[in-house]
Design a binder for this molecule. Structure first.
Ligand code: GDP
Length: 181
C-alpha cells in the first residue's frame, strides 16, 4: 500500500510514524523547513510523510502558503491508497474555533475534506490523547467529530482514532484501520 501522512506541524506526525513503523525518525525537530516528502519503506508498504502545514514559529507566511500549495498539488497528482491525517486531539477544536471566528475555514477541516474528495479514505489520528483526562476524552472527540461535519458520538464512525504516539495507546487499532478499511 501507498499511505500518505499529513498534519499540521507539531501535532506529532513524525512520532506517530515512528510508533507505527519503528523507523528511526527524529522527532521534535524544527518543522516545515523542507518541501521534500520523506518516504519510508515498511513491511512492503510505502509511507509518504508530507511536510507539516500551517503556522510554524519562525517560518514566513509565504513559506507556509508554499508548503500548503505543495501538499495540495502532491496529493492531487499522486496515487495513494490511503491518507492518514494526524491532529492534536486537545488543540484541534480550539484552533478550529479560532479560525471560524475569523470567518475562515479551519485548515485541518479543509485538509480532511480535501482528502475525502480525493477518495483517499482518510483516517483522523487524534494524537496526544494522553494529555486529556480519561473522563474528558469523549467530549473532546465528539467536538472534533462535529466540527468535521459528522454526528456524535465519535465512536459511531471508523475514521477517528484516539491515539498516543507517546504511550502507544491504540497502536494496534490504528494498524487495523489502516490495513482493513
Ligand atoms: P510533527 O511536527 O507533527 O512531526 O511532530 P513531532 O512528532 O516532532 O512531535 C512534536 C512534539 O509533540 C514533540 O515534542 C513530541 O515529543 C510531542 N508528541 C508527539 N506525540 C505525542 C503524544 O502522543 N503525546 C504527547 N504528550 N506528546 C507527543
Amino acid at each position: 500500500m501507498r499511505i500518505v501522512f499529513v498534519g499540521r506541524s507539531n501535532v506529532g506526525k513524525s512520532s506517530t510514524i515512528k510508533a507505527l513503523t519503528g523507523a528511526k525518525i527524529k522527532v521534535g525537530k524544527r518543522p516545515g523547513v523542507t518541501l521534500k516528502p520523506r518516504i519510508i519503506y515498511w513491511q512492503g508498504h510505502e509511507i509518504i510523510d508530507l511536510p507539516g502545514f500551517g503556522f510554524m514559529a519562525g517560518v514566513s507566511h509565504e513559506k507556509q502558503e508554499k508548503i500548503k500549495d505543495f501538499i495540495v498539488e502532491f496529493l492531487e497528482r499522486g496515487k495513494f491508497d490511503k491518507a492518514i491525517q494526524v491532529t492534536d486531539a486537545k488543540a484541534f477544536a480550539e484552533i478550529a474555533r479560532r479560525w471560524e471566528k475569523r470567518g475562515e475555514i479551519p485548515i485541518e477541516i479543509e485538509m480532511f475534506n480535501f482528502l475525502r474528495e480525493l477518495k483517499l479514505k482518510p483516517l483522523l489520528v487524534a494524537n496526544k490523547i494522553d494529555k486529556i483526562p480519561k473522563d474528558k476524552r469523549d467530549e473532546k472527540l465528539n467536538e472534533i467529530c462535529m466540527l468535521l461535519g459528522f454526528s456524535a458520538p465519535w465512536y459511531k464512525h471508523d475514521f477517528i482514532i484516539p491515539f498516543s504516539a507517546k504511550t502507544k495507546e491504540n497502536l494496534e487499532l490504528l494498524k487495523e484501520r489502516i490495513f482493513h478499511d
